[in-house]
Write a protein that binds this ligand. Structure first.
Ligand code: GDD
Ligand code: MN
Length: 426
């Protein structure tokens, strides 16, 4: 009974304070010293879109009981984005941050968040792909203290993408989402329309934004576990063209690798090492079949093995152990070849040993060989990590998961009413 009364008391206080605040705002044009919400908008050549965006945001938030600021982070656009912003700032609570030397969507968003004054940080595009009318709903979802990240999603029930997305862009988005699946189970981790609390943002570790997917970067690096998804209709850009280039898509792959390393530590490195090894098997067999056209098997075999080892060496040096390239390349190459030779001996020893000692495996030599391959690969990986490619500093740190280790919780906000935000959707 008492907790219930306290709850009612709490609700009545917040309702009264909201009403008072709204009244004061409307009547005396009262402004809070700190806006509750900071909307960060990265821009590059968005002069034509900014007036409608600002006006629609203002209309959408006019009746909310909180103040907001808009921070436009422009990378010195050659169109008149900056003049348009200065003009808009005379009428709306808009701040312009111009970066003259840096370029990039993600780093622009981080720059905006660093100067934001609001308790809630929201990010959205300038081109009106993200409906400003959904901003209050995203913000309201954060009223649930359990939620630490809110996404404006195209892929939850009620969400959509306006017609005109070619098969290529749709497929691109789906594949990119699938590649991020080990990091998050949200339906739209590619979204650039999201919000989080300032405190959550400040808890981020090792922010390293490259490319376009700043939402995913924050979701992972801030250790967000409870994510709400608000359905939105993703509209086609109003004016101008998208800046998503092939380069940005390659950046996404680099970005994902970093996030995997961050989340899974040495395990991610191990998987990369195995993938390189797998590609090496194709090089081995491919080069063998070519060599057999010219030289006998007993010569072709070692040459093919060495070709595959060299291939693996360069891939591992460039990717798996990138960052451990300070040693001389020749020394690392010789070290790698020796590690592979020792891995092969371990492989041979384990398979032969198992065949001889475990009676069950006598009739299944392939099982014994498979066990040898696994031990050989692990042996090889350990030798490479500890002796061949040594890092001067720790290559990465893993993020601590929540103490309960509970899986990420997704909450899908189905109704347009903010208060009805609930309902688990895993
Ligand atoms: N400051 C800055 N610097 N802003 C940039 C830059 C840059 O280098 N590149 C793009 N922007 C701004 C654009 O002006 C726009 O406001 C926003 O970032 C998104 O850029 P678009 O070029 O419109 O991106 P998109 O439509 O291809 O991608 C959108 O959809 C993705 C999901 O499919 C964005 O919302 C992405 O964030 C989202 O992931
Ligand atoms: Mn766009």
């Amino acid at each position: 009974m008492v907790p219930c009364l306290l709850y009612v008391h709490d609700i009545s206080i917040s309702v009264v304070s909201c009403l008072l605040h709204l009244f004061a705002r409307r009547t005396f044009h009262l402004k809070l010293p700190m806006p509750r919400l900071s909307i960060i908008v990265p821009t590059y050549c968005e002069a034509e879109n900014l007036p409608s965006l600002t006006q629609r945001i203002f209309v959408a938030l006019r009746d909310q009981a909180y103040d907001f600021e808009m921070i436009v982070v422009d990378d010195n656009s050659p169109d008149n984005t900056q003049e348009v912003c200065r003009q808009l700032a005379t009428e709306y609570p808009l701040r312009l941050l111009v970066r003259k030397t840096e370029r990039g969507l993600s780093s622009a968003v981080i720059a905006g968040m660093n100067v934001a004054k609001g308790e809630i940080l929201l990010c959205m595009d300038a081109d009106l792909s993200h409906p400003p009318e959904s901003v209050p709903e995203l913000v309201a979802a954060l009223e649930n203290p359990q939620i630490d990240f809110v996404i404006g999603s195209r892929y939850v029930p009620g969400g959509s993408t306006e017609d005109g997305w070619g098969l290529f862009r749709w497929l691109n988005s789906k594949i990119a989402t699938l590649m991020a699946r080990p990091l998050t189970s949200t339906s739209d981790p590619m979204a650039g329309f999201f919000c989080l609390r300032r405190d959550t943002y400040h808890a981020a570790r090792q922010l390293n934004p490259i490319g376009y997917k700043i939402g995913l970067e924050l979701l992972v690096k801030c250790g967000c576990r409870n994510i709400a998804e608000v359905p939105i209709c993703f509209a086609n850009r109003l004016h101008g063209s998208s800046k998503l280039s092939l380069r940005e898509q390659l950046n996404y792959v680099r970005h994902l690798r970093r996030l995997y390393r961050f989340r899974f530590g040495w395990l991610a490195r191990c998987v990369e090492f195995l993938m390189v090894g797998f590609s090496g098997a194709f090089i081995d067999l491919g080069s063998l079949s070519l060599l057999l056209k010219a030289i006998p098997f007993e010569w072709a075999r070692p040459v093919a093995i060495l070709t595959a080892m060299t291939w693996n060496f360069f891939l591992n040096r460039a990717f798996t152990f990138a960052g451990a390239r300070h040693d001389s390349i020749l020394r690392q190459y010789l070290g790698f070849v020796s590690a592979c030779a020792m891995g092969a001996v371990a492989n041979w020893g384990v398979s032969v040993g198992l065949m001889k000692t475990v009676s069950l495996l006598k009739d299944t030599p392939l099982t014994a060989a498979a066990a040898g391959v696994v031990v050989g690969a692990v042996f090889n990986f350990l030798l490479c990590s500890c002796f061949v490619f040594r890092y001067k500093t720790a290559p990465c740190t893993t993020v601590e998961l929540s103490s309960t280790g509970s899986p990420e919780l997704r909450v899908s906000v189905k109704s347009t009413s903010a208060a009805s935000q609930s309902g688990k959707n895993v």
